[in-house]
Design a protein around this ligand. Sequence first.
Ligand code: ZN
Length: 378
Amino acid sequence: MKISCAFDSGAIEVLSLEDPSNIRLRLRSDNAADFHQWFHFRLTGAAGKPVRMVFENAASAAYPEGWPDYRCVASYDRQNWFRIATTRYEDGALIVEHTPERDTLYYAYFEPYSHERHLDLVGRVEQSPYAQVRNLGSTVEGRDLDLIEVGRPSPRRVPLWIIARQHPGETMAEWFVEGLLERLLDGADAVARKVREHAVLYIVPNMNPDGAVRGNLRTNAAGCNLNRAWREPDAATSPEVLRVRSEMERTGCELFLDIHGDESLPYVFFSTAEEVPGYGAEALEAQARFIECFAAVSPDFQTHEGYKPGRFADELLTLASKWVAHRFGCVSLTLEMPFKDNANLPDGHVGWNGARSKRLGAAMLNPILRHLEAGRAG
Ligand code: ZN
C-alpha cells in the first residue's frame, strides 16, 4: 500500500501505513499558517482490503464542528466523486472505513477543483465573444491573478463584482463560478442576455491560486487569510486583495458577491450586510429583494439557517463583502455553500458537490437581473 499527495491540492501526513485496518493519518496544516482541515490524497494497492483510516488530529482542525455528520468524498477516476457513508467522528478523530474496489483511488475533503481546470475555464472564456480575460498581476508565488470581464464598460452598464475562493479549500466556490459563467456566456439564454445588456461583470474565479495548488484550507502562500485583509491589504502578504481592491476602486461597484463554503452548517445561505456601520435603508431593501428572488429560483437556497449576529465582531470591516458594503453602499453578500450536504435537499450518494454548486451559480443570474431591472426603474 502507498499514500501520496504530491499533486495539485494534495495534502495529508501519514503516521503509519503498515496495517490496512489501522492507517494513521494527520491533517496537514496550511504551508504558512496553522489551519488544517483540507485533505486530498491517493491510496494505491488496497483493492479488496477493508481499509480503516484514522485522522488523529481532527479535533484541532479549524472547524471541529465540521466533522459530525460529515462524509468523506472519494473517486476512482477523479471525475466522479462519491461520499463514503461509513465516515464518523469519534473521540476527537475522524474515522473513514472503506473497501476500495480498485487499486488506485483518491480521497478528499470535498470534490477538488484543480489549477489546470481553472486554466481550462479561463481559456474557454477567452473564446467567448462576450468576455475577455485580464491579468491583474501576480500572486505571492507568481501565479496569474485572472479577472474575467463580461460586457464592455459603458455609462449605461452597471459594474458588478463576483469573487470566489479567497479560502482555497472551498473548492465549491470555483465550481459555482464555472456554472455562473457557462450560463452568462450562453448566447441562447434570455436572462444572461439581459444581464450582459445592463451590466459589466468583473469576475475573479480564484482569488487564491497559490493556496489552491498547495492544498491549503484558508490562507495564501504567505499565511494570510485574504478574507481578513480587505481593510488594509498589503503588497507583500496579500497582493491578491490589494490588486482586486484597486481595480474595484477604478471601476466602481454596484453589486458584490463573495463565494465561499462553510464547514459546519449543512445549508446554502448568505451572510448579509445589515451590521455594517452606515449601511442605508435603500441598500437594505435592495438586499431583501435580491435574497427573495434567489430563494424563489433556487430551492437549494434558504434563509432560516445562517450565522448569528455579531459573529465577526471587530473584524467585520476586514471581510470582503462587509468592506465593500461600507465603501460602496451597494448590495454586498457572502454566499456560503456546505461541505457536508444541503439538509433540506440531501443526496446520499454525492452530498453537496461540484455539479450542484454549478447549478446554484447559474441560478444566481436571476436575482442579478432582477437587481439590475429594479435599479433601472428606480
Ligand atoms: Zn470561506
